[in-house]
Design a protein around this ligand. Structure first.
Ligand SMILES: NC(=O)c1ccc[n+]([C@@H]2O[C@H](COP(=O)([O-])OP(=O)(O)OC[C@H]3O[C@@H](n4cnc5c(N)ncnc54)[C@H](OP(=O)(O)O)[C@@H]3O)[C@@H](O)[C@H]2O)c1
Length: 314
Protein backbone atom coordinates (compact mmCIF):
# COMPACT_ATOMS: atom_id res chain seq x y z
CA UNK A 1 0.00 0.00 0.00
CA UNK A 2 1.40 3.38 -1.01
CA UNK A 3 1.91 5.89 1.80
CA UNK A 4 1.71 9.64 2.04
CA UNK A 5 2.79 12.15 4.68
CA UNK A 6 -0.23 13.78 6.26
CA UNK A 7 -0.02 17.54 5.87
CA UNK A 8 3.06 19.05 7.49
CA UNK A 9 3.24 16.25 10.08
CA UNK A 10 5.69 13.36 10.17
CA UNK A 11 2.78 10.93 10.16
CA UNK A 12 3.05 8.42 7.31
CA UNK A 13 -0.33 7.03 6.35
CA UNK A 14 -1.64 4.65 3.70
CA UNK A 15 -3.33 6.34 0.71
CA UNK A 16 -6.48 4.47 1.64
CA UNK A 17 -8.08 5.02 5.03
CA UNK A 18 -10.68 2.58 6.28
CA UNK A 19 -13.90 4.35 7.22
CA UNK A 20 -15.80 2.96 10.20
CA UNK A 21 -19.18 4.66 9.83
CA UNK A 22 -20.99 1.48 8.79
CA UNK A 23 -19.21 -1.20 10.85
CA UNK A 24 -22.18 -1.67 13.19
CA UNK A 25 -23.62 -3.96 10.51
CA UNK A 26 -20.84 -6.50 11.15
CA UNK A 27 -20.77 -9.23 13.77
CA UNK A 28 -17.85 -9.04 16.23
CA UNK A 29 -16.06 -11.86 14.40
CA UNK A 30 -16.61 -10.16 11.03
CA UNK A 31 -15.33 -6.90 12.47
CA UNK A 32 -12.18 -8.56 13.82
CA UNK A 33 -11.58 -10.06 10.37
CA UNK A 34 -12.28 -6.68 8.73
CA UNK A 35 -9.71 -4.94 10.95
CA UNK A 36 -7.16 -7.72 10.53
CA UNK A 37 -7.62 -7.82 6.75
CA UNK A 38 -7.07 -4.06 6.53
CA UNK A 39 -3.91 -4.11 8.64
CA UNK A 40 -2.51 -7.14 6.79
CA UNK A 41 -2.91 -5.15 3.56
CA UNK A 42 -1.14 -2.09 4.90
CA UNK A 43 -4.34 -0.12 5.48
CA UNK A 44 -3.75 0.59 9.16
CA UNK A 45 -5.57 3.95 9.23
CA UNK A 46 -9.10 3.87 10.67
CA UNK A 47 -11.52 6.79 10.45
CA UNK A 48 -14.09 7.22 13.21
CA UNK A 49 -16.40 9.90 14.61
CA UNK A 50 -18.13 10.28 17.95
CA UNK A 51 -21.48 10.34 16.15
CA UNK A 52 -21.28 7.16 14.07
CA UNK A 53 -24.27 5.27 15.46
CA UNK A 54 -24.04 7.56 18.50
CA UNK A 55 -20.66 6.15 19.50
CA UNK A 56 -21.60 2.53 18.92
CA UNK A 57 -19.18 2.14 15.99
CA UNK A 58 -16.27 3.34 18.13
CA UNK A 59 -17.33 1.00 20.91
CA UNK A 60 -17.55 -2.04 18.63
CA UNK A 61 -14.19 -1.18 17.10
CA UNK A 62 -12.58 -0.80 20.55
CA UNK A 63 -13.90 -4.21 21.61
CA UNK A 64 -12.80 -5.96 18.40
CA UNK A 65 -9.42 -4.27 18.47
CA UNK A 66 -8.81 -5.34 22.08
CA UNK A 67 -10.03 -8.88 21.40
CA UNK A 68 -7.64 -9.21 18.47
CA UNK A 69 -4.77 -8.05 20.71
CA UNK A 70 -3.45 -5.71 18.04
CA UNK A 71 -0.64 -3.40 19.15
CA UNK A 72 -1.90 0.16 19.49
CA UNK A 73 1.23 1.62 17.83
CA UNK A 74 0.64 -0.47 14.71
CA UNK A 75 -2.45 1.53 13.74
CA UNK A 76 -3.41 5.15 13.17
CA UNK A 77 -6.71 6.05 14.76
CA UNK A 78 -8.66 9.14 13.79
CA UNK A 79 -11.86 10.41 15.30
CA UNK A 80 -14.01 13.51 14.96
CA UNK A 81 -16.02 15.76 17.21
CA UNK A 82 -18.31 18.75 17.01
CA UNK A 83 -21.62 17.29 15.81
CA UNK A 84 -24.12 17.04 18.63
CA UNK A 85 -26.95 14.52 18.48
CA UNK A 86 -30.13 14.29 20.50
CA UNK A 87 -32.75 11.57 20.02
CA UNK A 88 -30.61 10.19 17.19
CA UNK A 89 -30.85 13.43 15.21
CA UNK A 90 -28.31 16.24 14.74
CA UNK A 91 -29.35 19.06 17.07
CA UNK A 92 -26.34 21.37 16.84
CA UNK A 93 -22.72 21.85 15.93
CA UNK A 94 -20.47 22.74 18.82
CA UNK A 95 -16.78 23.62 18.81
CA UNK A 96 -16.74 24.92 22.37
CA UNK A 97 -13.81 23.89 24.57
CA UNK A 98 -15.84 21.65 26.87
CA UNK A 99 -17.67 19.92 24.05
CA UNK A 100 -14.41 19.11 22.21
CA UNK A 101 -12.64 17.83 25.32
CA UNK A 102 -15.57 15.81 26.62
CA UNK A 103 -16.17 14.32 23.20
CA UNK A 104 -12.55 13.18 22.89
CA UNK A 105 -12.58 11.68 26.38
CA UNK A 106 -15.71 9.69 25.50
CA UNK A 107 -14.20 8.53 22.19
CA UNK A 108 -11.00 7.39 23.90
CA UNK A 109 -13.01 5.36 26.38
CA UNK A 110 -15.07 3.70 23.65
CA UNK A 111 -12.02 3.02 21.48
CA UNK A 112 -10.17 1.65 24.53
CA UNK A 113 -7.11 3.76 23.90
CA UNK A 114 -5.17 6.56 25.63
CA UNK A 115 -4.78 8.67 22.51
CA UNK A 116 -5.94 9.24 18.97
CA UNK A 117 -3.41 10.04 16.29
CA UNK A 118 -5.64 12.60 14.61
CA UNK A 119 -8.74 14.54 15.65
CA UNK A 120 -10.94 16.36 13.15
CA UNK A 121 -13.58 19.01 13.73
CA UNK A 122 -16.38 17.23 11.89
CA UNK A 123 -18.61 19.96 10.42
CA UNK A 124 -18.32 23.70 10.79
CA UNK A 125 -19.94 25.27 13.84
CA UNK A 126 -21.45 28.57 12.69
CA UNK A 127 -21.05 29.85 16.24
CA UNK A 128 -17.39 28.86 16.45
CA UNK A 129 -15.18 30.80 18.83
CA UNK A 130 -11.69 29.87 17.62
CA UNK A 131 -10.11 30.86 20.95
CA UNK A 132 -12.03 27.97 22.54
CA UNK A 133 -10.88 25.54 19.88
CA UNK A 134 -7.31 26.67 20.55
CA UNK A 135 -7.67 26.07 24.28
CA UNK A 136 -9.18 22.64 23.73
CA UNK A 137 -6.48 21.62 21.25
CA UNK A 138 -3.73 22.82 23.63
CA UNK A 139 -5.15 20.78 26.47
CA UNK A 140 -5.67 17.65 24.37
CA UNK A 141 -2.22 17.92 22.85
CA UNK A 142 -0.32 18.60 26.07
CA UNK A 143 -2.08 15.73 27.85
CA UNK A 144 -1.05 13.37 25.01
CA UNK A 145 -4.66 12.52 24.15
CA UNK A 146 -4.43 13.85 20.57
CA UNK A 147 -1.27 13.95 18.46
CA UNK A 148 -2.42 15.87 15.37
CA UNK A 149 -5.40 17.98 14.40
CA UNK A 150 -7.49 18.61 11.34
CA UNK A 151 -10.89 19.65 10.10
CA UNK A 152 -13.59 18.28 7.88
CA UNK A 153 -15.96 19.96 5.43
CA UNK A 154 -14.34 23.36 5.89
CA UNK A 155 -13.47 26.06 3.40
CA UNK A 156 -10.29 28.16 3.31
CA UNK A 157 -11.48 31.16 5.32
CA UNK A 158 -12.89 28.93 8.06
CA UNK A 159 -9.50 27.26 8.37
CA UNK A 160 -7.75 30.65 8.32
CA UNK A 161 -9.98 31.82 11.15
CA UNK A 162 -9.05 28.77 13.24
CA UNK A 163 -5.39 29.26 12.42
CA UNK A 164 -5.46 32.78 13.80
CA UNK A 165 -5.69 31.19 17.28
CA UNK A 166 -4.83 27.50 17.02
CA UNK A 167 -1.10 26.78 17.48
CA UNK A 168 -1.07 23.19 16.23
CA UNK A 169 -0.86 22.71 12.47
CA UNK A 170 -4.08 21.75 10.67
CA UNK A 171 -2.90 18.72 8.72
CA UNK A 172 -6.14 17.31 7.27
CA UNK A 173 -9.37 18.50 5.68
CA UNK A 174 -11.85 15.67 5.08
CA UNK A 175 -14.20 16.49 2.21
CA UNK A 176 -16.78 14.68 0.13
CA UNK A 177 -15.44 13.56 -3.25
CA UNK A 178 -16.44 10.98 -5.81
CA UNK A 179 -16.66 10.85 -9.60
CA UNK A 180 -20.30 11.91 -9.36
CA UNK A 181 -19.77 14.52 -6.66
CA UNK A 182 -16.75 16.53 -7.64
CA UNK A 183 -17.74 20.18 -7.78
CA UNK A 184 -14.60 21.08 -5.83
CA UNK A 185 -12.69 19.92 -8.91
CA UNK A 186 -15.12 20.73 -11.72
CA UNK A 187 -15.58 24.39 -10.73
CA UNK A 188 -12.00 24.96 -11.88
CA UNK A 189 -12.98 24.24 -15.48
CA UNK A 190 -15.77 26.80 -15.61
CA UNK A 191 -14.34 29.94 -14.06
CA UNK A 192 -16.52 32.94 -14.84
CA UNK A 193 -18.87 31.07 -17.22
CA UNK A 194 -22.33 32.59 -16.90
CA UNK A 195 -24.15 29.78 -18.69
CA UNK A 196 -23.45 26.94 -16.24
CA UNK A 197 -23.97 26.39 -12.53
CA UNK A 198 -20.72 24.46 -12.66
CA UNK A 199 -19.00 27.84 -12.41
CA UNK A 200 -20.39 28.29 -8.89
CA UNK A 201 -17.60 28.26 -6.35
CA UNK A 202 -19.04 26.23 -3.50
CA UNK A 203 -15.96 25.96 -1.34
CA UNK A 204 -13.74 29.02 -1.76
CA UNK A 205 -11.12 27.15 -3.78
CA UNK A 206 -10.49 24.51 -1.13
CA UNK A 207 -8.44 22.17 -3.31
CA UNK A 208 -5.92 24.82 -4.27
CA UNK A 209 -5.88 26.18 -0.72
CA UNK A 210 -5.07 22.75 0.75
CA UNK A 211 -2.35 22.19 -1.83
CA UNK A 212 -0.78 25.57 -1.12
CA UNK A 213 -0.97 25.10 2.66
CA UNK A 214 0.11 21.43 2.68
CA UNK A 215 -3.15 20.17 4.14
CA UNK A 216 -3.98 16.60 3.15
CA UNK A 217 -7.44 16.21 1.66
CA UNK A 218 -9.16 13.05 2.82
CA UNK A 219 -12.10 12.14 0.62
CA UNK A 220 -15.29 10.62 1.99
CA UNK A 221 -18.06 8.67 0.23
CA UNK A 222 -16.03 7.60 -2.82
CA UNK A 223 -18.89 5.46 -4.23
CA UNK A 224 -21.99 7.37 -3.19
CA UNK A 225 -24.03 9.19 -5.79
CA UNK A 226 -24.84 12.58 -4.40
CA UNK A 227 -27.27 14.08 -6.86
CA UNK A 228 -30.33 13.70 -4.64
CA UNK A 229 -28.88 13.94 -1.15
CA UNK A 230 -26.60 12.17 1.27
CA UNK A 231 -26.04 8.41 1.19
CA UNK A 232 -28.44 7.64 -1.66
CA UNK A 233 -26.54 4.52 -2.76
CA UNK A 234 -23.61 3.73 -5.00
CA UNK A 235 -23.29 4.95 -8.59
CA UNK A 236 -21.53 1.68 -9.43
CA UNK A 237 -23.79 -0.72 -11.35
CA UNK A 238 -26.52 1.88 -11.00
CA UNK A 239 -28.64 2.33 -14.13
CA UNK A 240 -28.85 6.09 -13.49
CA UNK A 241 -25.22 6.23 -14.69
CA UNK A 242 -25.06 4.05 -17.84
CA UNK A 243 -22.22 5.87 -19.60
CA UNK A 244 -20.11 6.11 -16.49
CA UNK A 245 -20.50 2.40 -15.75
CA UNK A 246 -19.65 1.53 -19.35
CA UNK A 247 -16.47 3.58 -19.16
CA UNK A 248 -15.53 2.23 -15.71
CA UNK A 249 -16.07 -1.29 -17.03
CA UNK A 250 -13.85 -0.67 -20.04
CA UNK A 251 -11.00 0.75 -17.94
CA UNK A 252 -11.44 -1.87 -15.20
CA UNK A 253 -11.04 -4.59 -17.81
CA UNK A 254 -7.89 -2.98 -19.11
CA UNK A 255 -6.32 -3.11 -15.61
CA UNK A 256 -7.99 -6.46 -14.70
CA UNK A 257 -9.65 -4.97 -11.63
CA UNK A 258 -13.20 -4.00 -10.62
CA UNK A 259 -15.08 -0.75 -11.14
CA UNK A 260 -14.70 0.01 -7.43
CA UNK A 261 -10.93 -0.07 -7.87
CA UNK A 262 -11.08 2.39 -10.76
CA UNK A 263 -13.37 4.75 -8.83
CA UNK A 264 -10.76 4.97 -6.07
CA UNK A 265 -7.87 5.17 -8.54
CA UNK A 266 -9.66 8.17 -10.06
CA UNK A 267 -9.45 9.99 -6.71
CA UNK A 268 -5.85 8.97 -6.08
CA UNK A 269 -4.82 10.17 -9.57
CA UNK A 270 -5.36 13.79 -8.56
CA UNK A 271 -1.97 15.41 -7.94
CA UNK A 272 -3.02 16.80 -4.54
CA UNK A 273 -2.07 13.37 -3.05
CA UNK A 274 -5.43 12.82 -1.44
CA UNK A 275 -6.20 10.01 0.99
CA UNK A 276 -9.38 8.13 0.04
CA UNK A 277 -11.64 7.08 2.93
CA UNK A 278 -13.59 3.93 2.09
CA UNK A 279 -16.97 2.99 3.53
CA UNK A 280 -17.47 -0.60 2.48
CA UNK A 281 -17.97 -3.29 5.11
CA UNK A 282 -17.09 -6.15 2.75
CA UNK A 283 -13.51 -7.43 2.70
CA UNK A 284 -13.92 -8.28 -1.00
CA UNK A 285 -14.72 -4.64 -1.80
CA UNK A 286 -12.05 -3.45 0.59
CA UNK A 287 -9.57 -5.53 -1.39
CA UNK A 288 -10.79 -3.84 -4.58
CA UNK A 289 -10.21 -0.43 -2.97
CA UNK A 290 -6.69 -1.39 -1.87
CA UNK A 291 -5.81 -2.43 -5.42
CA UNK A 292 -6.27 1.20 -6.47
CA UNK A 293 -3.04 2.03 -4.66
CA UNK A 294 -1.13 0.24 -7.42
CA UNK A 295 -2.90 1.89 -10.36
CA UNK A 296 -2.08 5.22 -11.93
CA UNK A 297 -4.71 6.19 -14.47
CA UNK A 298 -3.54 8.07 -17.52
CA UNK A 299 -4.47 11.73 -17.94
CA UNK A 300 -6.80 10.71 -20.78
CA UNK A 301 -8.51 7.95 -18.74
CA UNK A 302 -9.10 10.35 -15.86
CA UNK A 303 -10.92 12.80 -18.14
CA UNK A 304 -12.83 10.04 -19.95
CA UNK A 305 -14.29 8.94 -16.61
CA UNK A 306 -14.98 12.55 -15.62
CA UNK A 307 -16.86 13.22 -18.85
CA UNK A 308 -18.70 9.87 -18.80
CA UNK A 309 -20.15 10.91 -15.41
CA UNK A 310 -21.65 14.00 -17.09
CA UNK A 311 -19.35 16.42 -15.35
CA UNK A 312 -18.64 18.51 -18.43
CA UNK A 313 -21.17 21.24 -19.29
CA UNK A 314 -24.20 19.34 -17.98
N1 LIG B 1 -16.35 13.84 7.26
C1 LIG B 1 -17.61 13.58 6.97
O1 LIG B 1 -18.49 14.46 7.04
C2 LIG B 1 -17.98 12.18 6.56
C3 LIG B 1 -19.29 11.92 6.07
C4 LIG B 1 -19.57 10.62 5.70
C5 LIG B 1 -18.63 9.61 5.78
N2 LIG B 1 -17.39 9.89 6.28
C6 LIG B 1 -16.33 8.84 6.37
O2 LIG B 1 -16.14 8.33 5.08
C7 LIG B 1 -16.30 6.91 5.07
C8 LIG B 1 -16.85 6.51 3.74
O3 LIG B 1 -18.18 7.02 3.55
P1 LIG B 1 -19.28 6.11 2.88
O4 LIG B 1 -19.52 4.90 3.69
O5 LIG B 1 -20.46 6.95 2.55
O6 LIG B 1 -18.48 5.69 1.55
P2 LIG B 1 -18.75 4.82 0.28
O7 LIG B 1 -17.61 3.87 0.20
O8 LIG B 1 -19.00 5.72 -0.86
O9 LIG B 1 -20.09 4.02 0.56
C9 LIG B 1 -20.12 2.77 1.19
C10 LIG B 1 -21.44 2.13 0.92
O10 LIG B 1 -21.54 1.88 -0.50
C11 LIG B 1 -21.78 0.51 -0.70
N3 LIG B 1 -21.12 0.09 -1.94
C12 LIG B 1 -19.82 0.24 -2.27
N4 LIG B 1 -19.58 -0.29 -3.50
C13 LIG B 1 -20.75 -0.75 -3.94
C14 LIG B 1 -21.15 -1.40 -5.14
N5 LIG B 1 -20.29 -1.68 -6.13
N6 LIG B 1 -22.44 -1.74 -5.28
C15 LIG B 1 -23.32 -1.49 -4.27
N7 LIG B 1 -23.01 -0.88 -3.11
C16 LIG B 1 -21.73 -0.52 -2.95
C17 LIG B 1 -21.22 -0.18 0.52
O11 LIG B 1 -21.85 -1.42 0.70
P3 LIG B 1 -21.03 -2.67 1.30
O12 LIG B 1 -20.71 -2.33 2.71
O13 LIG B 1 -21.98 -3.79 1.16
O14 LIG B 1 -19.80 -2.85 0.46
C18 LIG B 1 -21.58 0.80 1.61
O15 LIG B 1 -22.93 0.66 2.01
C19 LIG B 1 -17.18 6.62 6.29
O16 LIG B 1 -17.01 5.32 6.78
C20 LIG B 1 -16.68 7.65 7.26
O17 LIG B 1 -15.52 7.16 7.90
C21 LIG B 1 -17.05 11.17 6.65
Amino acid sequence: MKKIKLGTSNLEAPVIAVGCMRIHTLSSKELEDFIGFSIDNGANFFDHANVYQLGHCEELFGQAFAAAKIKRESVILQTKCGIVKGDGKTVSFDFSKDEIINSVDASLKRLKTDYVDTLLLHRPDILVEPEQVAEAFDKLHSSGKVRWFGVSNQKPMQIELLKKFVKQPIIINQLQLSITNCTMLSQDLHVNQAYTDRAIDRDGGIVEYCRIKDITIQTWSPFQMAQTGLFQGSFIDNDKFPELNKKLDEIAQKYSVSKNTIAIAWILRHPANMQAVTGTTKTERLKACFQASGIRLTHKEWYEIYIAAGNLFS
